[in-house]
Design a protein around this ligand. Sequence first.
Ligand code: CMC
Length: 390
Amino acid sequence: NGLFTYDPGFMATSSCKSAITYIDGGQGVLLHRGYPIDQLAKHSNFVELCYTLLFGNLPDDEQYAAFQARIRNHTMVHDQINNFFKGFRRDAHPMSILCSVTGGLAAFYHDHMNIAEEEDRVISAVRLIAKMPTIAAMAYKYNIGQPFNTPCNELSYAENFLYMMFATPSETYRVNPVYAKAMDRIFMLHADHEQNASTSTVRMAGSTGANPFACISAGIAALWGPAHGGANEAVLKMLDEIGDDSEENIQRFIDKAKDKNDPFKLMGFGHRVYRNFDPRARVMKETADEVLAELGHANDPQLKIAKRLEQIALEDEYFIERKLYPNVDFYSGIVLKAMGIPTNMFTVIFAVSRTIGWISHWHEMLSDSYKISRPRQLYIGNDQRDYPQN
Ligand code: CMC
């Protein structure tokens, strides 16, 4: 009727105003609260970035210490949550566990759920940031049949996650500092990315007044798909299928990706917003080199395939014309795999990182006036017709 625009995939719709993250896709720029991602990755850390995304500015020393202490205070999950896990099959995908257990947190933490109160929203945000690595590591331990580790609050956020993933009761676990740095970077690089599909989902769920745990669970569900957070897992599968870095093998996959009759896409390539190199991918590529060099895997076959594939694709007319560049997930999977993290945990780790982005957007939306998200449609069904009455 002329009042509405038809915009499938929201290619040209700004659904909200936001002061959290700025992306210039043409220039390959990503700023969080004004700070460039490469500077943050080099000089900051994930907890400091969480504070900055949530509250708007970098913390001073006192604010940082208080925020870190608050997070540490909430890293454990209620003991009854252990029972929740037992209802899953051992081979359940950890994303399905994460999605369900996160939604279930609302059943355990009903205090401070007045979403109109700023302090209550911050308490929920802190609880989520603190508990997400614990639940993620529990999902992994449950999968492999090992006992859960309780969080070790003397460690940094990234170290604690690695500890909960890999420590066993039978030996002393020492976190490799190169792994901890790489893990922290992975958390930082995935922390926020303005109105992507999962963040928009969180805002949409939040716009109904739903509780924060339910909203984040909705975000996790949206992240799971291979076009979004599932891409890092899909990249590794693709590199496995390519097999080696021979020109012939790689070209076969590139041709497949270019074939419009084949649904296959080059995983870890392309982005809705970036029409230039994803600035996160540059940092991730460096991290991949550092981690593999530390491990003595500088000649890692998958890294070799990835680098050659990137080179061939970037010289190919199809990718040049469409401005398709590697995105953050092209290299993150290689780093995670090198650190001994199984592929089915990759998207889980993305969800742990993105929790701060989701909850910051939810908090921002509720801090101002907002409307329930309710898009319209272009109806293409039948005209009115009568129900047959015999
Ligand atoms: N391989 C081959 N062709 C591609 C690819 C690719 N990876 N990505 C886009 N294209 C083509 C697409 O077929 C289209 O061609 P044409 O104009 O001839 O129809 C053109 O490039 C434009 O792409 P689009 O599908 O309209 O772009 P989109 O904004 O709708 O989709 C995307 C973006 C990320 C879903 C898509 O590029 C994709 O599926 N990439 C692979 C999956 C991936 O790596 N996802 C991770 C994204 S970054 C992390 C995150 O945000 O979660």
